[in-house]
Design a protein around this ligand. Structure first.
Ligand code: SF4
Ligand code: SF4
Length: 450
């Protein structure tokens, strides 16, 4: 990458050196106890899971949402604006698409070579070919068709009416067990169930079949949103914002389609209505939060307990009998208040350093209303098309202390992030171990060594 590497400003009051950190590691038990005390009332998660911290559950989504919250129209999304003929955004999109993942002959910067570009394009290819690029919000095509045209075999899968051959499940409990097991079987990393909440459904979505914006129309009334995370591996995401980081994003988008479509067919086979939804048709993050999969981070993405923001999200909307999960918190908001690492490393400075607000910086593309951190989508997009980037960036995901391989020090970081006063120290520990660089040349070199 030709851009200059940004340095992270020192915070002397909270700096620790590696020796101090290792010493602190010896007192992990003390830190864990402090964390437990600080988050009194929370329940420790299964110690066999990667996340060893404290998770609180909430009856309602723990964000300030105004009663008159307005639904978002996908025309206002950056991809939607490009499709609607917004001249400024259209120009940006055209420039980006003309040299996305282009590795130039003779350029040997790791992550930006001809080989790296081919890896990125191939990793996105299935989503582009089958779904017409659902990753950019294209709905109602390929695996995400609202009424998929499937061959009638033993079952009436292509029929929007229920499958008359199946008696369905015995109870919401059995239904919940079955869809969670099958979602993981098909490749989801985590799965939660939320009520179908119209607040997060686009008033209009780009309907790939009709090639125009239309209100979503599934042919049935969904009752639940089954929300699933698809993992993006650290080995790939640590290469962001190079082409190899984007390859990991593309691979996850492919998997989103496979997992959501397969689960929708499983549900239809049981005799219920179901539709696979990817990045289209609705805002994924509030649904994932409602389904208990994570919290919202400063960089505007879902932060999960064990993989941080290194996931993509897909959904299945259904009327099958299911039980709902509860939203969770595990200290992300408190940690983000002092961390700001993503904001510091964002090449286009699109991420806010300020406190949460209810109004986003983009007059058109910010879905304002909810109190949260907003990113500046115009600035983010300008980075993707930058001649030195030419990728889906993702540097904020690579930078985040929650996006790290397993190791005792990161388990510690994730475990005590909700503890008042310790968050700045934890962020500096992350820096100390050399994680979250803007351009990790070594990671991009090592990517090919397997
Ligand atoms: S994707 Fe890149 S430009 Fe966009 S917010 Fe993240 S770091 Fe910034
Ligand atoms: S990098 Fe830091 S501030 Fe940004 S989302 Fe991750 S924890 Fe929050």
């Amino acid at each position: 990458m030709a851009k200059e590497e940004k340095s992270i400003p020192d915070e002397p009051a909270t700096k620790v050196n590696r020796r101090q950190f290792l010493k602190l590691g010896a007192s992990t038990g003390i830190a864990m106890a402090a964390a437990t005390a600080a988050l009194e009332g929370g329940a420790l998660v299964d110690p066999k899971q990667a996340y060893a911290g404290v998770i609180k559950t909430h009856d309602e989504i723990p964000y300030e949402i105004p009663a008159d919250h307005k639904r978002y129209n996908q025309r206002n999304h950056m991809f939607g604006r490009a499709r609607s003929g917004d001249p400024e955004v259209g120009k940006m999109a055209e420039h980006f698409l003309s040299h996305r993942f282009n590795g130039y002959e003779g350029v040997e910067s790791p992550g930006y070579t001809v080989l790296d570009g081919a890896a990125a394009r191939a990793s996105f290819a299935l989503d582009w070919y089958v779904n017409g690029e659902n990753g950019s919000g294209n709905s109602n095509t390929g695996l995400y068709a609202w009424r998929p045209k499937l061959i009638d075999f033993l079952f009436r899968w292509g029929d929007p009416d229920r499958n008359i051959h199946s008696p369905g499940v015995k109870s919401p409990k059995e239904g919940t067990m079955a869809v969670k097991r099958m979602a993981k079987y098909f490749g989801a990393h985590s799965v939660g169930i939320a009520p179908y909440d119209e607040r997060w459904i686009y008033t209009e979505t780009f309907n790939g079949e009709a090639q125009k914006f239309t209100p979503p129309d599934f042919g049935f009334e969904p009752k639940h949103a089954i929300v699933m995370t698809i993992p993006m591996e650290y080995k790939g995401m640590s290469c962001a914002p190079t082409f190899l980081g984007s390859a990991e994003v593309g691979r996850a988008y492919n998997m989103c389609g496979v997992v959501a479509f397969s689960l929708s067919i499983f549900i239809k086979d049981l005799g219920y209505h179901a539709v696979a939804i990817g990045s289209d048709t609705s805002i994924s993050i509030p649904q994932a939060i409602q389904a208990g999969l994570g919290e919202l981070g400063r960089m505007g993405l879902l932060v999960t307990p064990d993989l941080g923001p290194s996931v993509r999200i897909c959904k299945v909307f259904t009327d099958m009998p299911l039980n709902h999960d509860k939203p969770i918190s595990f200290g992300v908001t408190e940690f983000c208040n002092s961390c700001k690492k993503c904001a510091e490393l964002c090449p286009s400075q699109a991420i806010s350093y300020d406190a949460q607000t209810t109004v986003g910086p983009s007059k058109i593309s910010s879905a304002s209303g909810v109190k949260k951190w907003y990113i500046n989508p115009e600035k983010c997009w300008s980075c993707w098309g930058d001649d030195n980037v030419r990728s889906c960036c993702g540097a904020c995901i690579a930078a985040c202390p929650y996006t790290k391989p397993e190791g005792w020090h990161h388990t510690l970081v994730r475990s005590i992030t909700g503890t008042p006063g310790l968050s700045p120290i934890m962020k500096n520990m992350d820096d100390l171990f050399g994680y979250g660089k803007l351009y990790n040349e070594q990671a991009a070199t090592d990517w090919w060594k397997e």
